[in-house]
Design a binder for this molecule. Sequence first.
Ligand code: ITT
Length: 205
Amino acid sequence: MDLLLATNNQDKVRELMALLDELPLHIRTLAHFPAIGEVKEDGTTFEENARAKACFCAKRSGLLSIADDSGLEVDALNGRPGVLSARYAPTSSERIQKLLAELNAVPAGERRARFVCAMALAHPDGRSLVRCGYCCGEIVREPHGSGGFGYDPIFYLPELGKTMAELTLEEKNQLSHRSLALRQIIVLLKKMIDNSATFGDLLSL
Ligand code: ITT
């Protein structure tokens, strides 16, 4: 079975590939479909944007496709940057610096945040489903670690005593919002692979 990873983010590709490795899938990326182009992400929710990306790429490629829309919700900022996490500032380091500046006056104990991931699986005929994953932590005052991407260097996991950027890819994939969403999609893909369910059947699960 073919599956297209509908993302332009190579860090996401690495994380997804590591988890999908266990399945007998023929994985394609957008590098195989240079003509697909960019999809507009103008939805107001993670779910809406994830469906838009997956459906657009499934339709253009003719392949079953997965896409995620993800971001960081900070309690002290009433959930910002949220669905606008990728557009909060032009580069990753500027996004981190802007967030740390906004949280400068927020004391320890009030710096809770969560990563959110909505992962969509779309059929070329336009039908789609979504599963979500969440990961809770705190925003530290300075970046630590060089792994991961995006906001990982300032996202601290109290139970591990490390930021997300101090984890290996395998460790991040044990607990991240993206892996928790993808694991639910993997359960569904397995049903299609062993022919115990059609895509239509998955929509009612
Ligand atoms: P695609 O839309 O092509 O998948 P993208 O990077 O633009 O790639 P999003 O629109 O979902 O992806 O934006 C998500 C942003 O949220 C991302 O750029 C990061 O800034 C942040 N983010 C999401 N998941 C993250 C993670 O696991 N670690 C750190 N930051 C993350």
